[in-house]
Design a protein around this ligand. Sequence first.
Ligand SMILES: N[C@@H](CCC(=O)N[C@@H](CS)C(=O)NCC(=O)O)C(=O)O
Length: 228
Amino acid sequence: MITLYDLAVEGDRRPSPYCWRTKYVLKHKGLAWRDEPVGFTEKEKIAFAQSQTVPVIHDGATVVKDSWAIARHLDEAYPNNPLFANEAALSHARFVAGWADSVVQPALFPIIVGDLYERVRPADQAYFRETRGKRIGTTDFAGFQKAARDKGVVAFRTVLEPARRVLKEQAFLAGAKPAYPDYALAGSLLWAHIASPLVLLEPDDPVYAWRERMLDLFDGLGRKAKAA
Ligand SMILES: N[C@@H](CCC(=O)N[C@@H](CS)C(=O)NCC(=O)O)C(=O)O
């Protein structure tokens, strides 16, 4: 049985966008897993993997850290329903995951940081203040979020334009069926959905309809998750 070390915040919510990628990959592959919640400061739980971040998986004797490495490992170890069947699929996945990491999530962070902070476990709040405070230059997360939302929500919707253009033409980023590009972007949107009640998308947005499909996927894996 595979064990997934998954970031947990207050109320056992699981917001990590990277852990969501791994959960979608596990489902895509038809693999069962057991998950082990890890708070921000419970680094001892993942020390065996020499990792400071989650996801980490234990797959039999194999330990893998980093969501991309985990996806590559699972795709090689379990060949059914391949994610990266050819170079084009691998490149597409790498591009969308990189875009989600470097553009989508940085556009989301300022507009949800206050809500996220409110949901971090009390034991982890000092760590969050220290690490995330450095990132944005203040620990007044509520004030920063309020100011950021003035322009940030509209700016975030603009950031999604490349995905919107694809989703006007097809059901999923990967085509008629979902694959890693969809799991990568869905992870970012689930992060926001679980951390914050902020309304991000307008109902007539093709990205909204796609997010609904993603929430329903795999018997409602995303929809069943405890949200903000
Ligand atoms: N490149 C890594 C990034 C993982 C990552 O940043 N995980 C965050 C949770 S979303 C984490 O574990 N943070 C711990 C911390 O900030 O101390 C991956 O793809 O797995």
